[in-house]
Design a protein around this ligand. Structure first.
Ligand SMILES: NC(=O)CCC(=O)C(=O)O
Length: 276
């Protein structure tokens, strides 16, 4: 089993023109493939601006629609695993923030709906309420890339350590979060949360943001790859950029063997605490 590979995080600029957004994604996927990436991830809301007033307008059904068509074609053409960021999905008149994953044959192999909706209120800074429009997903979703199990989350999901732990317990070695943190919470928490999820669970963590835009919602940027030791191994700044990292799954084995926290957990005590 091949346990080393190159991954690429596409921190791309996103605007209001759907076709241009898809073309921009295609262009960057091609560049990342040429640089040797086998696993390529796009950001949260890569086909539309991020905002509750845009979700209905840009929503598509899965797997029909121009966005899925583009993702499937790109994965097949470049023979890559493609984590298709997220885009607004509509099903039975309900809207979701959804991540799709495509294999090198261009087949849809996973679909994850954001589980924890981004509802926050920091007066004078940022108020956002995804739940005004979106419904939450209820399922953990993983996929397997050449024997490596990868768990999915979307942005705000990164704050919930329970989700990450469940993925580790399910055998994941890597967690991927398409994300669009903002410029208030991003500087405080984006890197910290990724390092925490990685160190807690001894997994690689990748989080992929859109590039900072001039207008509308200002995504934080700073897409990042963190090792199972909790070390930042690659990080973008705020502009359009591709982040590359060479992943070596033996790092997961080493940290788990040398610091064996998953064999040392005091589930007997946690069980009592959980009952309080
Ligand atoms: N798109 C999101 O879920 C944003 C999450 C975020 O910015 C946070 O602070 O959490």
């Amino acid at each position: 089993m091949k346990r080393c590979f190159r991954t690429a995080l596409i921190q791309m600029q996103v605007g209001t023109d759907l076709t241009k957004n898809l073309e921009n994604a295609v262009k960057h996927i091609q560049i990342a493939k040429n640089a040797g990436a086998k696993l390529i991830t796009l950001p949260e809301c890569f086909n539309s601006p991020y905002g509750t007033n845009f979700f209905e307008q840009y929503a598509e059904t899965i797997p029909k629609g121009p966005t899925c068509e583009m993702l499937s074609k790109a994965a097949k053409e470049h023979s890559i695993y493609l984590v298709g960021g997220t885009f607004p999905e509509v099903e039975n008149k309900r809207y979701y923030n959804t991540c799709t994953v495509w294999n090198p044959d261009g087949n849809l192999i996973a679909k994850f709906r954001k589980m924890h909706l981004f509802d926050i209120d920091i007066p004078g800074k940022i108020t956002f309420k995804e739940s005004d429009i979106l419904s939450a997903g209820n399922e953990l979703v993983t996929f397997v890339m050449e024997g490596i199990k990868i768990g999915l989350g979307i942005c705000y999901d990164l704050r919930f350590e329970e989700l990450a732990k469940l993925y580790r317990l399910d055998g994941c070695n890597m967690l991927i979060y398409p994300a669009a943190f903002n410029t208030t919470t991003g500087p405080m928490h984006f890197e910290l949360l990724q390092r925490a999820r990685a160190a807690d669970n001894q997994v690689y963590v990748c989080a992929v943001s859109p590039a900072r835009s001039e207008k509308g919602y200002k995504a934080y940027g700073f897409s990042q790859v963190t090792s199972p030791w909790g070390k930042v191994i690659a990080q973008a700044k705020e502009n359009e950029e591709i982040v590359y990292a060479d992943i070596d799954m033996t790092e997961c084995d080493e940290v788990r063997q040398q610091i064996p926290i998953f064999n040392q957990r005091r589930c007997d005590v946690y069980e009592i605490v959980n009952k309080i």
